[in-house]
Ligand binder design. Structure first.
Ligand SMILES: [Zn+2]
Length: 107
């Protein structure tokens, strides 16, 4: 499992006016594609915008600190489901949504 920082690129008056690059939060996943798919369901991405997932190892210290603050502020609890069986797990941290496994599946 790798931790990724997701950024949204492209200024749009509706969600990031005059800002070319915005940190959306942190995700744990096995691939960039999974991260971007999950993030695109939780954040609006207009036609002139795109999401980018950057692995933790390639994030600057400044971005890492900012991403952690944003994650703590905005992404605290979401409805989680087991990634293997789909069972509801109640509220979990957003960063864990892609790696969430229920007790039954996790053994
Ligand atoms: Zn399960």
């Amino acid at each position: 499992m790798t931790t990724y920082m997701v950024t949204r690129h492209g200024s749009n008056a509706a969600n990031q006016s005059m800002i070319d690059r915005m940190i959306l939060g942190l995700y744990e996943a096995t691939s960039k594609d999974k991260v971007c798919t999950a993030a695109s369901k939780e954040h609006t991405v207009y036609s002139n915008q795109f999401l980018r997932a950057t692995p933790k190892s390639r994030i600057s210290q400044q971005d890492w600190e900012e991403a952690q603050e944003i994650d703590a502020r905005d992404n605290q609890l979401v409805s989680g489901v087991c990634q293997l069986c789909g069972k509801s797990l109640g509220k979990i941290r957003q960063i864990e949504t892609l790696s969430a496994i229920c007790d039954t599946c996790g053994g």
